[in-house]
Design a protein around this ligand. Structure first.
Ligand code: AVJ
Ligand code: FE
Length: 438
């Protein structure tokens, strides 16, 4: 999909769909809980909602005409003025006012679409409908943020997850005896030149030499991870990097976040539901240091970003690249565990279409997969349209995650999509897949 244009009707439908989902997710939460900051790592949910409206007005009403910057639209919902940890102290508007704010911003955007005069607008922002997809993606990403905040809320807080999907049963996944598949190596195209949806940090497409490697045919499961715990992985310093051990000790990590042991059985909580840990689902809520230690214990390592993208997207037989592991069709509920409404991870092999050319299953959906790589700019990277999305975060502080989770909307994931976070974070829906040298 190379810079496909967007009609006003498509733009309106895209934005309407994004808003319906936001409202569905929050409508199941009592108002006081939406006002409350459940954890310093996350915003009160009403802040996310106000910020969604603020961002939409910034890009689809004001910035369309020219280079207005973030700082030029100050206020409570400017993320740089009010960092996450302090958002609980803001005099946030109640829900009725927040919904009005969202509706009013949307009215201005729809009036503009109806009027149809974009002659003064920046053609680069409109090219391929980019700016509308960017604003929709921003709302999708904050939907996932809202779900992280709700997952972190205190037990006992009333929340009835609007479960609309049950995940399918697992199926056997073909692999080598150690559960891996092989990438033969070669020159691989990383990133994309598509300007219609992908973010600036995914561009440009560039060729990279990738050495042969092996990678998990599935993401590391709860059962596999539980063995690491039971065999003393958290107590044996040799598996941990120095920084990883220091963090584990200081934070008191003994198992993935939300796990607890009762009568010899691991239990976990997904949103509003307590359940026994299912050994056949991908492990979730582990930090990068835990992923690193597991791989070291299991005699492997995390894949690099290049390896991850090669394994998900590259067809070595034809020398071509796929947008999704299965091809070009946008993800539906037939393809992958995405789009939030399952409210859980699925068993390994549950989606037989979710397989890459080399036979790696489930690379899109279920859990974000940590890679070994720092978040850096691709060679030839150009900021577009604002440096605060990616550029501010390039450097050694952040590790890259790939592939999206059950809480990711399909419009905010593809093989080239890059997410990032600190290596200590695990309130995100994060797991990993192991790699080995060939
Ligand atoms: C890409 C998930 C790291 O939440 O900080 C939302 C996404 N950027 N609003 C974040 C984002 C601006 C971003 N991550
Ligand atoms: Fe944002």
């Amino acid at each position: 999909a190379q810079s496909e244009p967007i009609t006003p009707h498509e733009a309106a439908a895209l934005l309407a769909d994004a808003r319906e989902r936001t409202l569905l997710l929050v409508s199941a939460v009592p108002e006081d809980e939406l006002m409350n900051q459940h954890n310093k790592l996350m915003s009160p949910v009403v802040w996310d909602m106000g910020h969604i409206a603020h961002f939409e007005e910034l890009w689809l009403v004001r910035n369309l005409e020219g280079p207005v910057q973030f700082g030029e639209m100050p206020g409570m919902f400017n993320p740089f003025e009010n960092p996450r940890s302090t958002r609980g102290e803001l005099e946030l508007p109640r829900m009725a006012d927040t919904l009005d704010h969202m509706a009013n911003a949307r009215r201005m955007v729809l009036d503009r679409l109806l009027d149809g005069d974009f002659s003064e607008a920046d053609p680069q922002l409109l090219d391929g409908g980019y700016i509308f997809r960017m604003v929709a993606q921003h709302e999708y990403q904050h939907n996932e943020t809202i779900l992280q905040a709700l997952q972190l809320k205190d037990e006992g807080v009333r929340y009835r997850a609007p479960r609309a999907l049950a995940t399918p049963s697992g199926r056997p996944v073909p692999a080598d005896a150690d559960g891996m598949v092989r990438f033969p190596g070669g020159r691989v195209v990383i990133g994309t030149d598509d300007r219609s949806g992908p973010y600036d940090n995914e561009r440009p497409a560039h060729a990279v030499d990738v050495a042969p490697f092996r990678i998990g045919a599935w993401a590391v499961t709860n059962g596999e991870y539980a063995r690491f715990i039971e065999e003393g992985g958290y107590e044996d310093r040799t598996f941990w990097s120095e920084a990883g051990w220091a963090h584990k000790e200081q934070a008191g990590l003994v198992a993935p976040q939300f796990w607890s042991m009762e009568d010899g059985q691991w239990w976990t909580r997904s949103m509003d539901r307590d359940m026994p840990v299912d050994p056949y689902r991908p492990v979730c809520h582990v930090c990068w240091y835990e992923a690193e230690a597991y791989c070291s214990w299991a005699g492997g390592r995390l894949p690099t970003e290049h390896e991850w993208e090669a394994a998900a997207s590259w067809d070595p037989a034809t020398g071509t690249k796929r947008t999704y592991p299965w091809g070009e069709e946008a993800p539906t509920a037939l393809d992958a565990n995405l789009d939030q409404l399952s409210f859980e991870t699925a068993r390994i092999g549950a989606y037989p279409r979710n397989v890459s050319p080399i036979g790696a299953y489930g690379m899109i959906g279920d859990v974000w997969e940590w890679t070994s790589s720092d978040f850096t700019r691709w060679p030839g990277y150009q900021t577009f349209p604002y440096p605060e999305y990616s550029e501010l975060f390039f450097g050694p502080d952040y590790k890259v995650l790939r592939g999206g989770s059950w809480a990711t909307r399909p419009g905010a994931i593809r093989n080239t999509f890059r997410n990032w976070d600190y290596p200590i974070r695990r309130q995100i829906f994060s797991g990993f897949r192991m790699a080995r040298d060939d």
